[in-house]
Design a protein around this ligand. Sequence first.
Ligand SMILES: Cc1cc2nc3c(=O)[nH]c(=O)nc-3n(C[C@H](O)[C@H](O)[C@H](O)COP(=O)(O)OP(=O)(O)OC[C@H]3O[C@@H](n4cnc5c(N)ncnc54)[C@H](O)[C@@H]3O)c2cc1C
Ligand code: FES
Length: 262
Amino acid sequence: MSKYIRAKITENTPVNKDHNLLVLSPGNIQQHPLPGQFYMIGTDFSYDPLLKRPFSIFREASSAEGGELQFLYRIKGKGTERMKEMKKGDTVNLLGPLGNGYPMHGRNLTPVLVAGGIGIASLFPLAEKLSGNVHLFYGARTKNELLMPNELKGLLKKELIISTDDGSEGTKGTVIDALNIFLTSKSQFSTSNFLLYACGPSPMLEAVSKFAAEKEIKGYISMEENMACGVGACLGCTVKTKKGYKRVCKEGPVFSAEEIVW
Ligand SMILES: Cc1cc2nc3c(=O)[nH]c(=O)nc-3n(C[C@H](O)[C@H](O)[C@H](O)COP(=O)(O)OP(=O)(O)OC[C@H]3O[C@@H](n4cnc5c(N)ncnc54)[C@H](O)[C@@H]3O)c2cc1C
Ligand code: FES
């Protein structure tokens, strides 16, 4: 069950120009978040911005002294600008864990993770849970925007395939281009051996879903829709699916790749 928590900031440090790592100490964590689940985070100083913002759990640790929740966030607008200003010792309001998280499958399928930009925050704990036995495709606009490259290299037991739009690191082009090259090189395997998990900007998720349909690969995508309540009450996050409209915060954020109507 999700719950409201007041949590102290133990770290809020820049990872690069536009991204921070936020580490929170919420005391004893009663329920451990699953990879792909998220928390609504509200800054504590004022009612501006009024609405909490959704952030994927990046890492969770528990110890005798209590738990620690980590979030990677991109500084984008009003809410995250305010988050950036917060210091060690300040408190934030948390609601979570929320949403469904990534479904797990048997060992006979090889997980292929596809992250675009800050989508890595959601897929990193999945790679951890799968003990690094995943192929990870990670795309960013430029080398400087790649997050946690050393942690990823240390974690993964299979390939880390980086692509950047400007070619400053890895292959030049999109993650879909890189994925296509990879699958072509593995043509001795049936595509039905792979299972895709993707998180990133909406155009990337649309491209991944269409690619998966074309290659007949099963997969899941985590949607990053704007949210207001985060608990299924306001219908502000609905997306059109083949089975009618669904709420990203409640029925998602992870959906089957063939389910969304683009
Ligand atoms: C499930 C999920 C997980 C996510 N995980 C991450 C993550 O791990 N890291 C990360 O960096 N980002 C993540 N995001 C995206 C993140 O939530 C947004 O980048 C963040 O909300 C931006 O907030 P902002 O205030 O800085 O930007 P803004 O662009 O100012 O606001 C974001 C949106 O909130 C809405 N909003 C703002 N003010 C109001 C208002 N007054 N009334 C109504 N609506 C308003 C608007 O729709 C606006 O587009 C995730 C999103 C989802 C849905
Ligand atoms: S954000 Fe209110 S229903 Fe999803």
